[in-house]
Ligand binder design. Structure first.
Ligand code: TRP
Length: 326
């Protein structure tokens, strides 16, 4: 019996990561490193499902790798690798695509949301198959747990169905992966809505301190707290959420100061900002190191890809044997 469960975590490389990624995903990935065996996938092919322009993918993958390393992912313990560099993803995706109906994929609420949000009129075959490729990502490494937010749970459910279908058809090769919901859900963005690059309401992890200060100054607070001494409602204020996350020791005082009107938004934001800047300082330093050593990053990816490929090849050998494909 294997000692530790396997985690497969993944993200699409769409640019520099923001505070929401750190709090919603990266912190838990780092925390899980000791307890589980981790594989960290850069889902670069998945980018093509919503954007055919591939010119930025390579640079974004490197940037994301640096963000992961700076956040504390230890590549000697957990391989970091690009999906496109391991051909077995494409092969397993093809086999899996036979094991699920088009109707099932059309019912997937996560893809439906995307079609609505991005105003897609005619979905491509590959986009519809997004969760099938994701199932291949997870099952190629026999991932048992997948750290995801609420919105990704339907995708993981499809992975489970595909694993089950394969196992009944050809013999048991795959585990049925389970979502591992990240504990602290995503931080709100500077406008109070979900933090997202496309909305432009993010604090980017690599932002210099003065950029963070400037962004924080523009953060939306309780609209009823117009003047400094008006009482505010911390429970609806995104800045208060930031305090809860980055300034746990002072939240009680901030909360009562806000409610009574003793604490104005300008000072409150300033204090939150100072804590965020402090929290990100080690991140920024580590990031600067890797930015200055691109060869090392390349080496980390090559090494991660070598290790991931070995595991992927082992799984594909089992798949071929189960399917009697020689
Ligand atoms: N679907 C994920 C996202 O949009 C990215 C992803 C691709 C992924 N393959 C994965 C996540 C495998 C977890 C496991 O963020």
């Amino acid at each position: 019996m294997k000692q530790r469960k396997t985690i497969l975590s993944g993200m699409r490389p769409t640019g520099k990561l923001h505070l929401g990624h750190l709090v919603g995903a990266l912190e838990s990935w780092v925390a899980l490193q000791g307890e589980y065996e981790n594989f960290h996938l850069i889902a670069d092919y998945h980018v093509l499902t919503t954007n055919l322009d591939s010119s930025g993918i390579q640079a974004n993958s490197i940037d994301m790798t640096i963000d992961w390393l700076a956040a504390g992912i230890d590549p000697s313990r957990s391989p970091i690798f690009r999906q496109s560099h391991i051909k077995e993803h494409a092969e397993l995706h093809l086999i899996f695509s036979m094991l699920i109906t088009a109707a099932r994929l059309e019912r997937n609420p996560a893809v439906k949301d995307q079609v609505r949000d991005l105003h897609i009129e005619n979905i491509t075959y590959g986009h519809l198959g997004y969760p099938v490729l994701q199932a291949a990502d997870i099952l190629l490494y026999k991932g048992e747990l997948v750290p995801v937010g609420e919105d990704q749970v339907p995708h993981v459910e499809i992975s489970r169905e595909i694993a089950r279908r394969f196992n009944t058809q050809y013999g048991v090769v795959f585990p049925e992966p389970e979502p591992k919901l990240t504990r602290f859900s995503r931080l709100p963005g500077l406008d109070g809505k979900r933090m997202s690059k496309s909305v432009g309401n993010t604090i980017v992890l690599s932002d210099p301190p003065d950029a963070i200060q400037q962004k924080m100054r523009g953060a939306v607070t309780d609209p009823q707290k117009v003047r400094k001494n008006d009482p505010g409602r911390p429970e609806i204020c995104l800045v208060f959420t930031y305090h809860q996350k980055f300034n746990a020791g002072e939240t009680a005082e901030i909360e009562s100061g806000c409610r009574s009107g003793a604490l104005g938004c300008v000072e409150c934001k300033h204090r939150a900002c100072t804590r965020i800047v402090d929290a990100l300082t080690p991140f920024r330093d580590k990031r600067a190191y890797f930015d200055a050593h691109p060869g090392e990053v390349e080496q980390i990816l090559n090494d991660g890809e070598r290790r991931a490929r070995l595991r992927a090849q082992e799984t594909m050998a089992e798949v071929h044997a189960a399917m009697k494909l020689g």
